[in-house]
Design a binder for this molecule. Structure first.
Ligand SMILES: [Zn+2]
Ligand SMILES: [Zn+2]
Length: 125
């Protein structure tokens, strides 16, 4: 904490994430802050917040980058949590489980990403 200067734009961005417990795509963030900050600023802030560890990002099934707020339980670098993308409503979120990155002989695996798709709890019923 404290690496990112808490400018008004940064706070506005963080509020968007704190108000919703799902991931937000860069496309919708750019759309949401249109008129407040330009695309370059949105990308720059997201980049800084990710470097700082406040946010983490992943690629969704449509190739879009999604950002979600990081929680303490997700900070262990050898543990990853999968992300879920609903094919019905598009809701995309972090799943509260962790998966250990497998050890592969003679390889130094540093990261892994797992995207699960299907129907979310709202769309099943
Ligand atoms: Zn859904
Ligand atoms: Zn996540």
């Amino acid at each position: 904490m404290g690496v990112v200067r808490k400018t008004k734009s940064v706070n506005t961005m963080l509020q968007a994430f704190e108000q919703c417990d799902t991931a937000i795509s860069t496309v919708s963030l750019v759309e949401r802050f249109k008129g407040h900050m330009n695309k370059t600023t949105v990308y720059r802030i997201l980049d800084r917040l990710e470097t700082e560890g406040t946010l983490h990002s992943f690629i969704g099934k449509d190739g879009l980058r999604w950002y979600a707020i990081s929680h303490c339980s997700h900070t262990n670098p050898t543990d990853i949590h999968p992300h879920f993308q609903c094919s019905e409503c598009g809701k995309t979120e972090c799943l509260p489980i962790s998966i250990s990155i497998p050890e592969v002989y003679k390889y130094n695996v540093e990261s892994a990403a797992l995207l699960l798709t299907g129907k979310c709890k709202n769309c099943i019923s």
